[in-house]
Design a protein around this ligand. Structure first.
Ligand code: AGP
Length: 604
């Protein structure tokens, strides 16, 4: 998952491209590169590290350029492997996101060329250059793109002709024309400062921009036809993308959750009646007898929580699958299966592939997504949008809790549709849901206490997170948060599972975080806590206010307000997000851009 940003037009090209790349660094940030088209040449600058150091390029008088911020897939992190890549004559420059799967086969078309990098990308400019003696630059790109296999998006620029060409096949890319200014980017959000309309490109499409007359043409390289596209107003709700007074975006987004939950509720519920902002279409739930949820990472954890809700309230069989496994598993689906795909970015390659597989097998797809105009939003049969606003921190927080909210609303809606619960019950659940933001604000007020726990344990190397029932997925989520931003190894388990192995890990160096609220398994979890204490383990508990018994057992207790058990995940996850954040901050980690990670995993 890399970031692509290209610009052609008046003004300071380098500055526009650098700003574009900065807003795309959530997609990858181990190295960057920019190629600027000047009157007679192309100026190239590449570097390892973050694009903020690129300002020296702003002195270059250029009228077009392409830029890239990289998350390494093929080839290690180095200047040679960073983009743009070029041909032997240094005429064609290309930036690319995705993977070219048939590089080995394509190399025979450029025999004799010396490759300077270990990337798959380098084959693209070399293939284009080989055709320039017979084709124009745009025509050469059309020939080459038809030979490429795999998920990719790339932009190419030519030293000797005035075109900018982009192609999309499986990785996201959008184009926008605002009078004589042309933009290409990996996402819509980075275009917000420049335009509110864009060409939403689909797989198999190419954009060919003519710098001389500021015109753009589109071409479908799969059926080799010119196509007509119009720019669409993208109503992407971009709240304030600045960090404000917060030290990190992640901290801002943790504290933003109550507001975002209120917005998500207000947009989809009127007078305690569920009316989704996006009409689902009458047929989406018709004759459904089974639900399969597909997602990755934190979104997969949201799916696990929804499984408890759907099975208990809708009384329908539900399976939750990693999208990456689902798509290769030859799943058995049919017309009565509803796929619920969950994705914050709407660009996760494995989830996109899972959706495509499910649709080929005849299933309907309903997505829960945070980015209107994203690929998943466009290929699903219906989509409901969270109102989380842009989530910049790589570690997902507000997107997760707003996903939970949308999934709970879908559960209530489906349960009522199938007459499994009464309208009175729905109103009661909605009233409890409406109280969550205020209760969450009370949990967010526990900063000092959580910092004390951090001070005691930020040097640990391992941690266990345990929960039961609807809070077992929250144990998984707490473990993921800690490991992805503090690099501490952490595992989540169902609390009852501890005695089937993980208890062997317990000693006085191992903190175990328990979610121990007053639900049907409260007594059982208390026993699990005693089992850990009997082995000198450290116990950090998330428990309900005024729970006296837990204070006698646990080393640390973070109290949270009571709510109905179904909704407890909204409150139990917040202390775990905060604990992970403060530990990672104390350990000096790059919290918003953790090593090796990216916000949107657009490669398989
Ligand atoms: C969560 O903190 C991670 N950033 C990651 O697991 C993420 O949830 C996963 O990559 C799925 O992303 P998506 O929701 O955009 O599809």
């Amino acid at each position: 998952m890399c970031g692509i940003f290209a610009y052609a037009g008046p003004g300071n090209c380098a500055e526009v491209i650098i700003n574009g790349l900065k807003s795309l660094e959530y997609r990858g940030y181990d190295s960057w590169g920019i190629a600027l088209k000047t009157k007679n040449n192309i100026e190239l600058k590449k570097s390892v590290g973050k694009v903020s150091e690129a300002t020296e390029l702003e002195a270059v008088k250029a009228y077009a350029g392409i830029g890239h911020t990289r998350w390494a897939t093929h080839g290690n992190v180095s200047i040679e492997n960073s983009h743009p890549h070029t041909d032997s004559e240094k005429r064609i420059y290309v930036v690319h996101n995705g993977i070219i799967e048939n590089v080995a086969e394509l190399r025979k078309f450029v025999s004799g060329d010396r490759f300077y990098s270990k990337t798959d990308t380098e084959i693209i400019p070399k293939l284009i250059a080989r055709l320039l003696n017979r084709y124009s630059f745009p025509a050469a790109v059309k020939e080459v793109v038809g030979k490429l296999r795999g998920n990719f998006a790339f932009v190419a620029i030519d030293r000797d002709s005035n075109y900018l060409v982009a192609a999309r096949n499986g990785s996201p890319i959008v184009a926008a024309l605002n009078r004589n200014k042309f933009y290409i980017s990996s996402d819509l959000q980075s275009l917000v400062p420049y335009t509110d309309k864009a060409f939403l490109m689909n797989d198999g499409e190419m954009a060919i921009y003519n710098l001389d007359d500021s015109s753009v043409e589109f071409y479908n390289f799969l059926d080799r036809k010119e196509i007509i596209k119009v720019q669409e107003n993208y109503s992407v709700q971009f709240g304030d993308c600045r960090r404000g007074d917060f030290k990190h975006f992640m901290l801002k987004e943790i504290f933003e959750q109550p507001v975002r939950l209120r917005q998500t509720f207000e947009v989809n519920v009127t007078d305690f009646d569920i009316r989704f902002a996006q009409p689902l279409g009458a047929g989406i739930f018709k004759d459904i007898n089974r639900i399969v949820i597909i997602a990755c990472g934190t979104s997969w954890h949201a799916g696990l929580v929804a499984e408890y809700w759907l099975e208990s309230l809708v009384r329908m069989p539900v399976e939750v699958e990693y999208a990456s496994e689902f798509r290769y598993r030859s799943p058995v689906l049919s017309a009565d299966t509803l796929i619920i795909a969950i994705s914050q970015s709407g660009e996760t390659a494995d989830t996109i592939a899972g959706i495509k597989e499910a649709k080929e097998l005849g299933a309907r797809v309903l997505s829960v997504c945070n980015v209107p105009g994203s690929t998943i939003a466009r290929i699903s049969d219906a989509t409901v949008f969270t109102q989380a606003g842009p989530e910049i921190g790589v570690a997902s927080t507000k997107a997760f809790t707003t996903q939970l909210e949308m999934l709970f609303l879908l559960t209530l809606y489906l349960a009522q549709y199938r007459q499994k619960i009464s309208p009175k019950d729905v109103i009661n659940y909605l009233k409890n849901l409406a109280e969550i933001p205020e209760k969450m604000e009370r949990v967010l007020g526990k900063t000092e206490q959580i910092i004390k726990i951090m001070e005691a344990h930020y040097t640990v190397s391992n941690a266990l997170f345990l929960g039961r029932g609807v809070n077992y997925p929250i144990a998984l989520e707490g473990a993921l948060k800690l490991k992805e931003i503090s690099y501490i190894h952490a595992e989540g388990y169902p609390a009852a599972e501890m005695k089937h192995g993980p208890i062997a890990l317990i000693d006085r160096h191992m903190p175990t975080v328990f979610i121990c609220i007053r639900d049907q398994s409260y007594e059982k979890v208390l026993s699990n806590i005693q089992e850990v204490k009997a082995r000198n383990g450290i116990v950090i508990a998330v428990a309900n206010d005024n729970d006296k018994r837990i204070t006698e057992l646990a080393d640390h207790v973070i109290f949270i307000p009571e709510t109905i058990v179904e909704l407890s995940p909204f409150l139990t996850v917040v202390p775990l997000q905060m604990l992970a954040y403060y530990i990672a901050d104390k350990r000096g980690c790059d919290i918003d851009k953790p090593r090796n990670l990216a916000k949107s995993v657009t490669v398989e």
